[in-house]
Design a protein around this ligand. Structure first.
Ligand SMILES: [Zn+2]
Ligand SMILES: [Zn+2]
Length: 392
């Protein structure tokens, strides 16, 4: 069967699925309808289906004819708390919730990929696991993995894809190494000794200490981190005090640390040292906490080469972008990529004429539906090639 023709034959269904998901967006861990549509569809294809993984997630297992390895294809399912302003005929019917990141397109591509691969299952050696993950925008992958989705059968490799409006329609961004940043939230609680603003010598100001910490941390990142290993520290929330003539007891500082490299723990250690040093100078005490948002998404060399070859066959070398596509945004596909050899691919969807070049999470964000068949072909052929190669 010629894969591309088969996908072309399913084009209307592909777009129909996308529009249905678009019209019925659901927030993270509330993807009940989405999960049901997905699970019913996969069952209809004859796959072994696990429902309600991490509450609303779904896993479908397609077993090939002979024994072999298992490749996982992963999509996200969640929408965002945003009021849609696209004016599309199939706009969100769920006011205040919108598919503004392209996950509606991801879902449709995965289902159609499952259909195409089911049609050729007798030619496959090994298995394909289709992972539909809830709550990507916050964190859903780790919970699914905790519920055993990488076992029975054990997943040997994983592929993820994101429709990507920073890239033009028809082009594919694919690159080895660090692709999307690790992201940590941090909170520093600085304790001093409160008192009268007219007698500051009898107090210990947590505000002065905290301000020095902010400046010192900013400078530390600028001065001490390798400019070729991107690192960002930013401060988003600071709070202290109630009244102009009261020196408060404490100050809270919250911010974000992002690294597009693997040395994030060293940076965290250094942050602790700097905060400790400043705190001593001011005679304050402190508590510092880091909370992981996302880990570094790192594209495995071998898996990325394989997908790159397939992508080249689909769109041509001139439409591949293989460098300078990394971003400091996070993506929780990282939870897969740190456990099994993986690759995460950007499928360009920007077309000015169609108005599909708005940034992700914008109320007018829309995708170019004409690229969906490209994504399906890429998923299908990457899975086929991986199973072929590994069973040969
Ligand atoms: Zn998003
Ligand atoms: Zn997204």
């Amino acid at each position: 069967m010629e894969i591309r023709n088969e996908i072309e034959r399913l084009r209307e269904e592909l777009i129909g699925l996308r529009r249905d998901f678009h019209e019925n967006p659901e927030l993270g861990f509330q993807e009940f309808r989405t999960g049901k549509v997905v699970a019913d569809y996969l069952e209809g294809l004859g796959l072994e289906v696990r429902r309600n993984v991490a509450k609303t997630g779904v896993v479908g297992l397609l077993r090939g004819k002979g024994p072999g390895r298992t490749i996982a294809l992963r999509t996200d399912m969640d929408a965002l708390p945003l009021s849609e302003a696209t004016g599309l005929g199939f706009s969100s019917r769920n006011e205040g919730v919108m598919h503004a990141c392209g996950h509606d397109g991801h879902l449709a591509m995965m289902l159609v990929a499952a259909k195409v691969l089911s049609g050729i299952k007798d030619e496959l050696r090994g298995n394909v696991k289709f992972i539909f993950q809830p709550n990507e925008e916050d964190a859903g992958a780790e919970i699914m993995i905790g519920e055993g989705i990488l076992e029975n059968p054990t997943v040997d490799a994983a592929v993820g894809m994101h429709l990507w409006s920073p890239i033009q329609s028809g082009k594919i961004g694919i690159a080895k190494g660090p692709l999307m940043a690790s992201s940590y939230y941090f909170k520093i609680i600085v304790h001093g000794r409160g008192g009268h603003g007219g007698a500051p010598h009898t107090t210990i100001s947590p505000i002065l200490s905290g301000i020095d910490m902010i400046k010192a941390l900013q400078e530390m990142v600028l001065n001490e981190t390798d400019p070729l290993k991107p690192t960002i520290i930013s401060f988003g929330k600071v709070s202290a005090g109630t009244y102009p003539i009261i020196i408060p007891e404490k100050m809270e500082i919250e911010g974000s640390l992002r690294c597009l490299h693997k040395d994030t723990l060293q940076v965290q250690d250094r942050i602790r040292e700097v905060v400790d040093g400043i705190s001593r100078v001011h005679r304050t005490t402190f508590r510092l906490e880091f909370k992981c948002g996302n880990d570094l998404l790192y594209n495995n060399e071998e898996m990325t080469s394989l997908a790159e070859e397939i992508a080249e066959g689909i769109v041509g070398r001139e439409n591949l972008i293989t460098s300078d596509i990394s971003v400091m945004l996070g993506e929780d596909f990282a939870e897969f990529s740190k456990r099994v050899p993986s690759t995460f691919i950007f499928l360009g969807t920007a077309n000015q004429k169609k108005g599909t070049d708005y940034p992700h999470h914008h109320p007018k964000f829309n995708i170019d539906e004409d690229v969906l068949p490209i994504g399906v072909e890429l998923l299908v052929k990457t899975a086929m090639e991986y199973l072929e190669e590994k069973s040969a």
